[in-house]
Design a protein around this ligand. Sequence first.
Ligand code: SIN
Length: 281
Amino acid sequence: MKIIEYNNFKIRPLAGAMGAEILDVDLKNISDDTFKEIYKAFVDYQVIGILDQDLNSDQYLEFGRKWGEIHHYPYMKGLETHPEILEIVKTEKDTYAFGNVWHSDGSFTEIPPKATMLYAQELPPAGGDTLFANMYQAYDTLSDQMKEILGSLRGLYVGDQPLKLGNFTGAKSMKQQDPGKTKVHTYHPIIRTHPDSKNKALYIGGHAVEIEGMTKEESTPILNYLKSHSTRPEFICRLKWSPGTIAIWDNRCTQHYAVDDYAGFRRRMHRITIIGEEAPY
Ligand code: SIN
């Protein structure tokens, strides 16, 4: 893949649809100008993998805070020392891989995260990649008629545990918690406009279960169609993790899927999510 020169680093696109790797940056020590360019790459490519990082949790969190306020995931406790960092782990014995369904992170929360960052700590010898899908393309390739219908609709987005997306029964190593009073179901527009790119994106995924004002019988086939359309191979890139990669993706215009193809091996990642904007988008 062709290398693209930015002012402060080089970029290697991951696929035609979206995604890029950033080479030659040390996040321990970045100027405001480099941060602005990383943000530009994030808007341009929707997911970026910054290679070869060596940050401790303080430094990782400091980088995370540059992106905005931390979003709290209601179903899991963070690290003892850094509660803002969630450890996503699948051990040799676990049978459940967190994120093994197409989704946009935290879409069931009232103010969902705009960005997620994931830092590879331990990787299986092969596999454990993450797939991403471009929700601008998913929107653009709908018919005008469908765009018009969806433009006025809101979906109901429900949290991991009611949907059994993240009931963690096979992931004993993850630190679960009861969401308590945190609301884990909410309505959002199915089409949203990105505040930076100004492009429209389909906001859909495993958490979307109903369309407001429709019966389940009416909304299920529409949602099933949108879920299948939005993850067509043409819209996808595949991020292959290496030790030290920090990926950052934009939940407002992507979905992702953690590929569970490494049974018997261990994968451990550190996740930070950054709160987004309130509707209307
Ligand atoms: C997630 O869904 O946030 C985790 C993705 C991954 O582990 O690859």
